[in-house]
Design a protein around this ligand. Structure first.
Ligand code: XUL
Ligand code: CO
Length: 437
């Protein structure tokens, strides 16, 4: 069966093209700083937004019109796999990502659920073999079912902890089998609604315990993919423990887990935490923990996770600026954790959303590469911190300075005059590069 008959293969046609089903900037084989765009960007389709979710929101019913409508249970799950691989092929995307419950329905017991899951994983494995498509990451859905109402690893109920642990064990086995390049933990219910009923210490320790068990089990079965934590400050819970990059890094370091985990940073989660996307990437990068990216964007006027396709060129440029300075994403990639709007309900909108996001990141890559090549901001930063490269500054950096040595140096000295931060000039240069590259 053909699921998307209205779309043929999406090709690169260049910036002058007016064909809505063509790439204007994403040219997979084009070389940028020594690598192809495909190698830099490693795009992934998220299974849940594209094939599973149906456009319902807290106020309204599903709106999506999908070629797999009308199927149920395992039949529906199988039609979705067929449609997914046609979609990946037509869009020319190599990677995809899923939660266990996106791809197969739940049964009456975990044993039965695992049987359903195995059947779909068999099918995915065959399709992956014959098409060369790859799994960027999988994860366990530890938030949708009512059993996780009080959390998963941070539930006050030890049986729920055990259930979550069993689900993670299975998830890692699936990751190993499908050759996933990463495995993700997103703690959507790992947080609290009120401190009045919460043992904060036990919950945080238990969260670390589950992560330690997962790292040990990954070693035991020889899963060599990167383990990733995806920070998000709130939603669905009022406060989530993996609040942002800095909090998550401190948590991992406190619990001796920092050498086993990196971060999966999502743009909309960054803005929910009151940060820019590039802030989160930068913080992770300097700790050597920038693992992968959930490429989307939020709406500055809305206080929740709108998961829009990324089209803001400032954001994609500044994100790629960090990613290039990280030497790329290595095992990670750019996963479109993004959904078409509820009113964009036709199947072809799924293509338009992805094309918009892929072009926005391709353009961001080109501009960021040019900024780095020309050392536009690097030079500014270098000059701004010049005072630390010799003299008293060097003694601060190399650790030989003390409060006494600094006092002796400054007591009778006249302070050197500040130089300008030149923020407006730098923003104008950024605009110029965006328009001219
Ligand atoms: C939720 C979110 C998740 C994770 C994977 O906000 O981003 O879809 O990416 O569980
Ligand atoms: Co995400």
């Amino acid at each position: 069966m053909v699921y998307f008959p209205e779309v043929s293969k999406v090709e690169y046609e260049g910036p002058k093209s007016r064909n809505p089903l063509a790439f204007k900037y994403y040219n997979p084989q084009e070389r940028v700083l020594g690598k192809t765009m495909a190698e830099h960007l490693r795009f992934a389709v998220s299974y849940w937004h594209t094939f599973t979710l149906q456009g319902n929101d807290p106020f309204g019913l599903p709106t999506m019109i999908r070629p797999w409508d009308g199927y149920q249970g395992m039949d529906l799950a199988k039609r979705r796999v067929e449609a997914a691989f046609e979609f990946f092929d037509k869009l020319n995307v190599t990677y995809f990502c899923f939660h266990d419950r996106d791809i197969a329905p739940e049964g009456a017991t975990l044993r039965e659920t695992n049987r359903y899951l195995d059947e779909i994983v068999d099918m995915l494995e065959e399709y992956m073999k014959s098409t060369g498509k790859k799994l960027l990451w999988n994860t366990a859905n530890l938030f949708s079912h009512p059993r996780f109402v009080h959390g998963a690893a941070t539930s006050p109920n030890a049986d729920v902890f055990a259930y979550a642990a069993a689900q993670v064990k299975k998830g890692l086995e699936v990751a190993k089998r499908l050759g996933a390049e990463n495995y993700v933990f997103w703690g959507g219910r790992e947080g609290y609604e009120t401190l009045l009923n919460t043992n904060l210490q036990l919950e945080l320790d238990n969260l670390a315990r589950l992560l330690r068990m997962a790292a040990d089990y990954a070693d035991e079965i020889g899963f060599t993919g990167q383990l990733l934590i995806e920070p998000k400050p709130k939603e669905p819970t009022k406060h989530q423990y993996d609040f942002d990059a800095a909090t998550t890094i401190a948590f991992l370091k406190t619990h001796g887990l920092a050498d086993r985990f990196k971060l999966n940073l999502e743009a909309n989660h960054a803005t929910l935490a009151g940060h820019t996307f590039e802030h989160e990437l930068y913080v992770s990068r300097i700790h050597g923990m920038l693992g992968s990216v959930d490429a989307n964007q939020g709406d500055p006027l809305l206080g929740w996770d709108t998961d829009e396709f990324p089209t803001d060129l400032y954001s994609t440029t500044l994100a790629m600026y960090q990613i290039l300075q990280n030497g790329g994403l290595h095992k990670g990639g750019l996963n479109f954790d993004a959904k078409v709007r509820r009113a964009s309900m036709t199947p072809v909108d799924l293509f338009h959303g992805h094309i918009a996001g892929m072009d926005a990141f391709a353009r961001g890559l080109q501009v960021a590469a040019k900024l780095l090549e020309d050392k536009v901001f690097e030079q500014v930063v270098e000059e701004r911190y010049q005072s630390y490269s010799d003299g008293i500054g060097a003694t601060i950096v190399n650790g030989t300075a003390t409060l006494s040595s600094l006092e002796a140096y400054i007591l009778d000295k006249e302070l050197s005059v500040h130089s300008s931060g030149r923020q407006e000039q730098l923003l104008a240069i950024l605009n110029q590069y965006l328009l001219e590259t």
